[in-house]
Design a protein around this ligand. Sequence first.
Ligand SMILES: Cc1cc2nc3c(=O)[nH]c(=O)nc-3n(C[C@H](O)[C@H](O)[C@H](O)COP(=O)(O)O)c2cc1C
Length: 335
Amino acid sequence: MSSISARKLKHIQVCLEYPVQYATKTTGLENVAWTYNALPELRLEDIDLTTTFLGKRLNAPLLIGAMTGGAQLGATINRNLALAADALGVGLMLGSQRVMLENTDARASFTVRQYAPDALLIGNIGVAQFKKGYDASHARRAVELIGADAIAFHTNPLQEALQIGGDTDFAQVIGTLERIVPAVGYPVILKEVGHGLSGGVARAVKDVGFAALDVAGAGGTSWAKVEDYSHNGTLLHPDLCEIGIPTAQALEQCWAASSLPLIASGGIRTGLEVAKALSLGASVCAIALPLLEPATRSPEAVIAVLERVIWELRVALFVAGHANLQSVQLQREVA
Ligand SMILES: Cc1cc2nc3c(=O)[nH]c(=O)nc-3n(C[C@H](O)[C@H](O)[C@H](O)COP(=O)(O)O)c2cc1C
C-alpha cells in the first residue's frame, strides 16, 4: 500500500473511532430562526425539493461530502456512497484523487460512475498540490478518469500544518489558482475541509473563475483533530483544533462577498439545518462524517441517514409554508 493510501486508511479509522468533531464550536445554525406557520395551505407530499446544481438535476439539495478513495476500504465506501446517491438522486463528492493520480492501483476505488450513471459527480484535489507541480492537466485528468462533472479544489492550511510532512506552502496560492482554474475546462469548486471559507477568501478569489464555493465551515468534523489524533493518538493541540469559522457565519460572509453559488457544509446533520442553510443563501448542502460509518456497511445504511435528513427538510418547509426550495432561498438581485 502506498504511503498516501495508508494515510487515507488511518484517517478513516480515526474518523470512525475518535471524537473528531469540534468540542467548543457549533455551526451557529442553531441561532438561525425558522418560522412556523400553523396554516401552511400546502400538502406535505407536494413540497418540491428538486433543484439543479452545476447543470445537473437533484431530487433534493444534497451532496454526499468529499471523503475518500485509495485503500480497499475506500473502494467499498465509495461504491456504497455512489449507489446511495443514485438511489436518492443526490450528488456525490469524492475524496482527494491525488492518490489515484500518483498510483494507478488506487484508481479502481474512485471508479464509481457505473453505480451512479446520472448523478452529479465531483472529483477532488488539494490546492497545495498546485504549488508542488500539478497543473490544469492533472485536474482535467482527475475529472476525465472518473467521468466526473466537476472538481473541487480543497484548501486546508490548518490540516496541512498539523499533518507531519504536510504541504504548507500556500504562498502566492491565489495567483497559482488564477492560472490553473480557467485552464481546467470543467467547473471547479473551491472548498475548505471543515475550518471554513471567510468573506475575505471569497473576495480574494472573485476573479479566479470558480463555479461555486463550498464553505465547509466549523461545527462538524475538525480536520485538525483528525490529523492530531492520527499522529499522536491524543490531542496535543486542542486549541488549534478548534480554529475555524462556524458554518452559518462562513455562509453569511461568503454570501455577502461573492455572487457564486454556495455549498453549505461542515456540521450539517439535520433537515432543519439544511433548510436554515438554504435560507442563508446556500444552493445545496453537503454532509460527510455521518455517512462514513454507514458507508462501510451498505448503500441502504447510507440511504437511511439521507432519507431521514430529506424527510426532515420536507417537514421544515411544510410547517414554514414553503412549497419549494426557491421560496426558502435568498433570492439574489438580478442585475
Ligand atoms: C473520512 C473523511 C475524509 C475526508 N476526505 C476529504 C478529502 O479527501 N478531500 C476533501 O476536500 N475533504 C475531505 N473531507 C472533508 C469533508 O468533505 C468535509 O468538508 C468536512 O468533513 C466537514 O463536513 P462534516 O462536518 O459533514 O464531516 C473528509 C471528511 C471525512 C469525514
